[in-house]
Design a binder for this molecule. Structure first.
Ligand SMILES: [Zn+2]
Length: 254
């Protein structure tokens, strides 16, 4: 891999970063909103701000605080809240993309101890990458698969060829979405998070958003200890329970 396709992690900055997922006694940096610095925009209760610990070099790291309820979780939000959250977040994501200052801009979320996150308070991250175009690394087969459900232009898909494994869920919507499409995307994301956390013995997930051509894709990625076959050999695995999972999700949610 060439150098410009790697991100350099600043270890010194990371040393002072608060951790509140495992250490429940750490004071939450996102609850004390009066003390937040470098706020870029806010629309209560959503706050867009610069990451105080920008550990990745050649990037511009920002955070969206999703709610003022520290113990809440995305799968529990009311429909109106999640719809407003994604409208706000997508506007900021597109704003950074359209600024022309970055080679590409990633939007993602970490939840749970195996997700790679450090702060429990629900938030997402929008990161401008100065030198990397993430879209070059994405293969469409990882975002397509068997359709579980569809409403209008929004489809809900289980991967036939997961990126890592095992049960990767994807939502696809047209980038010229209307507000009903956003609501439907939010419902699918909530169903997925709820399913993973309540029916899959899973306590962690990521959301990854991709804007490719005229589409937006969301990958809802369950997180477990990463399989050694993937870490060592880049071999993803698919669950032989895939058909049962599709049946179960249709029965519970659709
Ligand atoms: Zn908090």
């Amino acid at each position: 891999m060439r150098n410009q396709e790697m991100l350099c992690f600043n270890f010194n900055l990371a040393k002072n970063k608060p951790e509140s997922i495992v250490n429940r006694h750490t004071a939450c940096p996102f609850c004390d909103t009066e003390k937040l610095t470098n706020v870029i925009d806010r629309e209560d209760p959503f706050i867009w701000l610069e990451n105080k610990y920008p550990t990745l070099e050649d990037t511009y790291q920002t955070i969206i605080i999703e709610t003022d309820h520290c113990q809440s979780e995305l799968s529990e939000y009311k429909p109106s809240h999640i719809k407003d959250l994604f409208r706000f977040t997508f506007n900021k994501w597109f704003e950074m993309q359209n600024s022309g200052e970055y080679k590409s801009v990633i939007l993602y979320k970490n939840h749970g101890p195996l997700s790679g996150g450090t702060v429990k308070h629900p938030h997402m991250q929008i990161v401008g990458l100065n030198k990397i175009d993430y879209r070059k690394k994405i293969r469409m087969e990882h975002l397509s698969g068997e359709k579980i459900d569809q409403v209008g232009k929004v489809s809900f898909i289980i991967s036939n060829f997961p990126f890592v494994g095992f049960t990767e869920l994807n939502v696809k919507l047209n980038a010229k979405y209307d507000i009903n499409d956003i609501e439907q995307m939010a419902i699918y994301i909530q169903n997925s998070a709820h399913f993973l956390l309540n029916h899959m013995r899973c306590n962690s997930y990521n959301l990854f958003f991709y804007k490719i051509d005229e589409y937006i894709f969301v990958k809802i990625m369950p997180r477990f200890v990463t399989s050694p076959l993937f870490v060592g050999y880049s071999i993803p695995q698919i669950s032989d329970h895939k058909n049962d999972i599709v049946k179960k999700m249709r029965k519970i949610y659709f």
